[in-house]
Design a binder for this molecule. Structure first.
Ligand SMILES: *[C@@H]1O[C@H](CO)[C@@H](O)[C@H](O)[C@H]1NC(C)=O
Length: 221
């Protein structure tokens, strides 16, 4: 009788263990299904290959329609955007990596031709925040190209050298550490660059809104 009780006891034990394993399996399976179907649908990191046609009204000799390509990575949770502008097919502007860090309120341009970084306060009238930019790009994705658009220009002057890179936040730090980095100051639109100064300037064409922006970065003369 004792032996019978013992074996039925161990039987209950095995059954309980079996049920536990089954239950755990179910829990993990449902977690996996949840992650797969729900989490992946929320964009954590979205990459877009973008092209835009725009009317170039800045340089009259080349007036006409141009095309600009860039890769846009949007990190909605971390609240920043990274833009990679490859060597443009049209000369005159530099390839660049750009970060708009909405957490810190900073923009960094890495001019790849010069291998230098430039940092300025984020201008929210030009740059769409991650969620809005993501929605815009998802909406135009179906058509591959944005509707035809235009270009605006902004002029910057490089000011002091930045030595404490860590104050710029981890995303800009990752982009700019080890590179010569300068702060930028906006130049008022009224003072156009003279021809003599133009040799000290580099241009980066990019877009993170419905229009193209040419950022002209000049050395202090
Ligand atoms: C943001 O950009 C717009 C358009 O270039 C300009 O008019 C405005 O002064 C800029 N704002 C800041 C705070 O730099």
């Amino acid at each position: 009788a004792v032996q019978g009780r013992r074996s039925s006891l161990s039987g209950v034990c095995y059954l309980t263990m079996g049920l536990l394993v089954l239950l755990l399996g179910l829990v993990f399976a449902s977690m996996y299904v949840y992650r797969y179907f729900f989490i992946t649908q929320l964009p954590r990191e979205s990459v877009f290959h973008c092209g835009v046609l725009y009317e170039d009204s800045l340089y009259s000799p080349f007036k006409g329609q141009l095309e600009l390509h860039e890769d846009v990575k949007i990190y909605i949770e971390e609240n920043y955007e990274q833009i990679n502008v490859p060597v443009p097919q049209f000369g005159g502007s530099d390839p660049a990596d750009i970060i708009h860090d909405f957490q810190r309120g900073l923009t960094a341009y890495h001019d790849i031709t010069l291998d230098k970084c430039y940092v300025i306060e984020l201008n929210t009238t030009i740059v769409m925040p991650p969620r809005n930019l993501w929605e815009l790009l998802v909406n135009v994705k179906k058509g591959t190209y944005l509707p035809q658009t235009y270009i605006i220009q902004e002029e910057m002057i490089a000011t002091e050298h930045v030595s404490d890179m860590e104050q710029l936040g981890s995303f800009i730090y990752r982009l700019c550490s080890g590179k010569e980095t300068y702060r930028l100051k906006r130049r008022s639109a009224r003072r156009r660059i003279s021809r003599r100064e133009a040799g000290n300037c580099h241009r980066i064409r990019h877009f993170e809104n419905t229009f193209v922006v040419e950022t002209v970065i000049c050395k202090k003369s």
